[in-house]
Design a protein around this ligand. Structure first.
Ligand SMILES: Cc1cc2nc3c(=O)[nH]c(=O)nc-3n(C[C@H](O)[C@H](O)[C@H](O)COP(=O)(O)OP(=O)(O)OC[C@H]3O[C@@H](n4cnc5c(N)ncnc54)[C@H](O)[C@@H]3O)c2cc1C
Length: 273
């Protein structure tokens, strides 16, 4: 059986890819690659890799038909430094194994996420979980950044005072803000990583977690270029249509009006863009 490693992945192993102002993603280790997926899929009849074309076709067949278990044979371990508010969204993905720095054990460093000026935005009116496109004046941006900085410094000062009084670290830390950076080892298989990427590369995901997802995506592509391409084809850039939308599609193909109205029509047309 062929030993599975990727030349491109070996080049980036242990390299820190910067994310946001102080964060990073580092690929610590990986197990398997495109070859491992096809070996696992073909195990039932004892054959390993075939030609590049056949392997590519098989990987695409597997993803197209939701035959996902061979993708679970590829495993990634990442070391990630990220703000706690991003970690809270991230940890909702239950199918990974996590080991995080302990604020009960370690003294937390004064490292806080400070959004860059270009990312300061007003609340969106139509997306309750999102940012508006409306321009924010430089004056307001400056005020917002000063505000973040001021309270980050004050809260850390208060934390440090308690640490210096020998108050238990598990207590001293409880007022620290969500912008504080944390670190963890995150281990996940390729099937579940694709699920994470589908959700967190989406424009509806918060900008900050999207920044991490983009780096994870570029690393995944280096380890498993064929599977990543198949993921883009069958998962990331594919669209799900509801029953009503399928009827609308058939109507349009038969030169009839879609039959959809209002928000339903708007959502449907968005998918066709
Ligand atoms: C844009 C966006 C906005 C969000 N907003 C909110 C929000 O406002 N509030 C909020 O609470 N969450 C929110 N979430 C989190 C979201 O609801 C999911 O918890 C998160 O995306 C993880 O998805 P998952 O459960 O599919 O992933 P995973 O936990 O990785 O699970 C993968 C799959 O495994 C299966 N699975 C895993 N564990 C179990 C289990 N115990 N039982 C049954 N099946 C299981 C499921 O099929 C699941 O889809 C948001 C997510 C996104 C992307």
């Amino acid at each position: 059986m062929a030993h599975c490693f990727s030349i491109e992945a070996e080049k980036i192993l242990d390299k820190k890819f910067k994310v946001l102002d102080k964060g990073f993603v580092r690929l610590v280790d990986y197990l398997g690659n495109d070859e491992r997926i096809v070996q696992a899929a073909r195990v039932s009849y004892g054959k390993g890799t075939k030609t590049f074309r056949e392997d590519k076709a098989l990987i695409n067949y597997l993803l197209r038909n939701d035959h996902t278990s061979p993708f679970e044979q590829v495993v990634f371990t990442f070391h990630i430094k990220l703000p706690i508010f991003v970690a809270r969204q991230w940890i909702r993905h239950r199918t990974a194994r996590v080991n995080e720095i302990s604020g009960r054990y370690s003294i937390m460093k004064p490292e806080f996420y400070l959004p860059s000026s270009k990312d300061i935005a007003f609340q969106s009116q139509n997306n309750k979980q999102g940012r508006a496109d409306e321009v924010v004046s430089l004056d307001i941006k400056k005020k917002v950044i000063e505000n973040f900085e001021k309270y980050q410094k004050e809260l850390y000062k208060s934390y440090k005072e308690m640490i210096d009084l020998n108050i238990a670290r598990e207590l001293a830390r409880i007022n620290l803000p969500l912008s504080l950076y944390t670190e963890w080892y995150w281990q996940i298989d390729l099937h579940n990583l694709f699920h994470f990427l589908k959700l967190r590369l989406d424009p509806h995901a918060q900008l900050e977690i999207r920044a991490y997802a983009k780096v994870l995506a570029s690393i995944t592509k280096k380890v498993c270029p064929i599977a990543y391409e198949a993921f883009c084809e069958h998962i990331l850039n594919s669209v799900k249509f509801s029953q009503k939308e399928m009827i609308a599609l058939r109507n349009i193909l038969n030169n009839k009006p879609s039959g959809l109205e209002g928000k339903e029509e708007k959502r449907f047309l968005e998918k066709l863009k």
